[in-house]
Design a protein around this ligand. Sequence first.
Ligand SMILES: Nc1ncnc2c1ncn2[C@@H]1O[C@H](COP(=O)(O)OP(=O)(O)OP(=O)(O)O)[C@@H](O)[C@H]1O
Length: 466
Amino acid sequence: MTEGLPPEFQADAGHSLWQACVDELSRELPEQQFNTWIKPLTAQISEDQQRLTLFVANRFKLDWIRAQYAGRLATMLESLQGHPVQIELVITPRDSAVKTVRQSTPSSMENVPESIDLPDEPAANTFRSRLNTALTFDNLVEGTANRMARAAAMHVSGSPGHLYNPLFIYGGVGLGKTHLMHAIGNKLLADRPEAKVLYIHAEQFVSDVVKAYQRKTFDEFKHHYHSLDLLLIDDVQFFANKDRTQEEFFNAFEALLAKKSHIVMTSDTYPKGLADIHERLVSRFDSGLTVAMEPPELEMRVAILINKAISEGSEMPEEVAFFVAKNVRSNVRELEGALRKILAYSRFNQKEISIQLARDALRDLLSIQNRQISVENIQKTVADYYKIKVADMYSKKRPASIARPRQIAMYLAKEMTQKSLPEIGELFGGRDHTTVLHAVRKINAERLQLTELNQQLHVLEQTLKG
Ligand SMILES: Nc1ncnc2c1ncn2[C@@H]1O[C@H](COP(=O)(O)OP(=O)(O)OP(=O)(O)O)[C@@H](O)[C@H]1O
C-alpha cells in the first residue's frame, strides 16, 4: 500500500485514463492555457474508477480549475469510462504534494515530470484579485444589448494597456456589467497568471482611502493601487461627493495609465451624466472608450434562460423560456430569480418543466408584475419609444429631447407603480422629490390639453400593461 495516500488509490490504474484526458485537453486548449492549468495537475483515480482526485497547489488554482475545466473533464471521463466519474479537487501544500506524489507514483507516472516539479507560483496566487472565477466570457450570452461592450472587453482582456483605455461600461441594474468586468480579469489571468489584477467595488475603494487616512498608510495604499496591471472598478457613481477619494482615484488613474496598465470602470450612467464628480475626473473617464449595456432583447433573454438552466444541470424547453422571457423583462438578475424558482418548483414537485409549471412557480411574481409595473421597465419602454438611451433617464442632461421623455417616465412611474416621489427620484439618478412632483403635475396637465401626448401615453400604458 502507498504511504500517505488513501488505500483505495492505485495511481497506475488511472494513469492511462488521466493521460487520455490530458491528451484531449492539449488538443482543445490554447497552448498557454494548457501549460498553465492542466499540465501541472497531478491526478489519482480510485480503485473502483468512480472518483478522480486532482491535486492542486492552492485555492486560486482550485477555484479556477473547478469553474473552467471540471465540467469538460467530467464529460470526457464519462465518455471514456461509460459511467459518471466524480471529480474531487484537493489542495496539496507544495512540499507535501511533491512528497506524496513521488511516493505514490509508479514508473509510468514519471513520464509526467510537470506533475512533480510544480512551476514557480505565479504572482496572481499571492495577489488577491477578488475575481469571481465563475464569471467568464464563455457564460456571458451575447446579444445586441451587450455586443459592443463585450467586444471591447474581449479586446482589453487580450491586449490590455493598448486600445480603449480606460474602458467605461454603463447601464442599468442587473445587466451584466459586473459579470463583464470579472470576465476581463479572468481571461487576462488565464493567459498571464502573473498579472496583477484587482476587481474592486467603488465603495471598497472609498473605504480603503478612509483606512489609509486613519492609519496614515497612504504610501502602502499608493503602492498597492499604482502597481496593478489591470484595475476593474465597479459602480464609480459611488465616488459622488467624496473629494478625497476622487483625488486618490485621480492619482491612481494617472499612475496606471502612465505605466500602460488598463483601467475598466462601470457606472449606472455615462461619464457626463455622473453627478458630483469633479470635471477633470469625468473627462478622464470619457477619454478611452465608453460603451453602454442595454436591457437584453427577448431572444437574448431566452438564450440566457436556456444556458443558465443547462449550467444548473436542467433543461428548459424553448417555449417555456419564451414564456418566462416575455414576462420578466427588466434585467438578467430578475430572470435568474425566476429561473431559480422554476427549477426549485420542478424538483420539489418532481414535475417536468412546462409553461403551466412556470406559471405556477412564478404565480406571485406574475401577479405582482401585473399589479405593479417596475420603474426600470417604464424607463426602458419610454426610452425605446422616444429613441433615447435608458441611461438618459438617470443622467443630468437637460435638452428637451431627453428631459421630456424623462418627465413622461416619471409621470408613468407615479401613475403605474406604488413608489413614492422620493423613491422615484432616487431611481431617476438621485433626483429630488420636488423634481418628480413637478414632472407629474406638468404631464398630467398637458395630457388634458394635448391630444398627441395623450395618445402617446395611452400607447405606453398599454405596452407596459403587456
Ligand atoms: N448576457 C448575460 N449572460 C449571462 N448571464 C448574465 C448576462 N448578463 C447578466 N448576467 C447575469 O445576471 C446577473 C446580474 O449581472 P451583474 O451583476 O453583472 O449586473 P450589473 O450590471 O453589474 O448590475 P448592478 O449594477 O446591479 O451591480 C449576474 O448573475 C450575471 O452573471
